[in-house]
Design a protein around this ligand. Structure first.
Ligand code: FAD
Length: 388
């Protein structure tokens, strides 16, 4: 596997072990069927508990049976999952960073006791409801409302593009609390079996097909006060979760690019044209050299990001730069790999076009490329340009 600057030498034994076990799991349990799942637009749901047993959900958190592995180990894990398919990494990102993280960081003891073990083991599935039909890049304009009643809240609104909502047991739903004058945003744990919750599936996606996506409609859904996340209010709640998930994406996207590179290199060495392997042509070597360079730069960026996170020095803007760069890199390089495979490259027999198509989603979700550009622009100039 491409590791041109020997990052392996900087890893602990535990980090190598976690990476190697994830790679083995992916190779044995997921890779053989992933193209079929992609074609059928299904997720291998039978693997959800196995992924839990493997410790794929929020292993960087501790307590409640979670191992508290290093941020580098967590990143390496995301990289191996996404080297197989972005749908697999999305499952682990949503469950770990977008559902378990807010419960861990902002939940009551009862909420943690109830949900963290089940979610960690993959006995329950969670989803994260932030995006609305009219509010994607600007979730602070959300319309979903929570109205206080004597013993709880009544929720009304619609969320869309929600990974795993049709198979979720619980949704972390972000809503405006209408009972207070400044309508603060609050997080609620909403069991999907509650009256008034519907989670229709979104069909006919051309990207991230091996991942289930849906809506969450909330029609006078009552939840008890005990279901509100007590430890946070305002946009800090959802944005802090996104920082965690984007961190995993910055690592994961490199996996998709690396897998595309490996396929292109193997293919170039085996495919003969004009009397020998296409790998002997300078034009093909230039593509491989550029791909390897871009992947290596992204690996180094992700590795340093992990050091900053571990030292508690990582800012959301660092994550924006890494997510923005590494996803764009994977989007560009998977396309070059596809090109090197000629006609065969457009089939599901090879991974690059699947990765390339997945990258359209990864480029768009968790803050579009444009939005991360604006975050960096604001950080570098002090001038926010979102509304101009
Ligand atoms: P819009 O915000 O309408 O943007 C459209 C275009 O305008 C984009 O190119 C954008 O970059 C650009 N744009 C917007 N504002 C600006 C600006 N100020 N300056 C310049 N350009 C701008 N959401 C969840 O809450 N939970 C999930 O689990 C989840 N999973 C998803 C899974 C998939 C497969 C997909 C596709 C999306 C998912 N999302 C999820 C939603 C995702 O986060 C949003 O699609 C994303 O935030 C963009 O919002 P939008 O689609 O409404 O696009």
């Amino acid at each position: 596997m491409l590791d041109y600057f020997d990052i392996d030498a900087k890893l602990s034994q535990e980090e190598r072990l976690i990476r190697d076990e994830a790679r083995k799991f992916v190779d044995e349990r997921v890779r053989p069927d992933i193209a079929e799942h992609y074609e059928e637009a299904t997720f291998p749901t039978e693997l959800i508990p196995e992924m839990g047993e493997m410790g794929f959900y929020a292993p960087n958190l501790d307590g409640y049976g979670l191992p508290g592995v290093s941020e580098t180990a967590y990143g390496l894990l995301m990289q191996e999952l996404e080297a197989c398919d972005s749908g697999l990494r999305s499952m682990a990102s949503v469950q770990g960073a977008l559902v378990m993280y807010p419960i861990h960081a902002y939940g009551s003891d009862e909420q943690k006791d109830e949900w963290l073990p089940k979610l960690g083991e993959g006995e329950a599935v969670g989803c994260f409801g932030l995006t609305e039909p009219e509010h994607g890049s600007n979730p602070s304009a959300m319309e979903t409302q929570a109205e206080k009643t004597d013993e709880g809240y009544v929720l009304n609104g619609s969320k869309t593009w929600i990974t795993n909502s049709p198979i979720a047991d619980v949704a972390v739903v972000w809503a405006r609390d209408k009972s207070e004058a400044d309508t603060p945003i609050r997080g609620f744990l909403v069991e999907t079996e509650r009256d008034g919750v519907t989670t229709n599936k979104i069909d006919e996606k051309l990207s991230l097909r091996a991942s289930i996506t849906g809506e969450i409609d909330l029609n006078d859904v009552w939840v008890p006060e005990a279901n509100r996340l007590p430890g946070v209010e305002g946009m800090k709640g959802p944005l802090s979760c996104l920082t965690q998930a984007r961190y995993g994406i910055a690592w994961g996207a490199v996996g998709a690019a690396r897998d595309s590179f490996e396929q292109a290199r193997d293919y170039a060495l085996e495919r003969d044209q004009f009397g020998g392997p296409i790998a002997r042509f300078q034009m093909q070597q230039e593509k491989l050299a550029e791909m390897a360079t871009q992947i290596t730069l992204s690996q180094l960026l992700a590795f340093r990001l992990a050091e900053l996170k571990e030292a508690d020095e990582m800012r959301p803007q660092h994550v924006s730069m890494a997510k923005r760069n590494n996803v764009r890199m994977a989007r560009d390089q998977s396309r070059v790999a596809r090109e090197m495979l000629g006609g065969n490259g457009i089939t599901l027999d090879y991974s690059p076009m699947r990765h390339m198509s997945n990258m359209e989603t990864v480029y768009t979700y968790e803050g579009t490329h444009d939005i991360h550009t604006l975050i960096l622009g604001e950080d570098l100039t002090g001038i926010p340009a979102y509304n101009q």
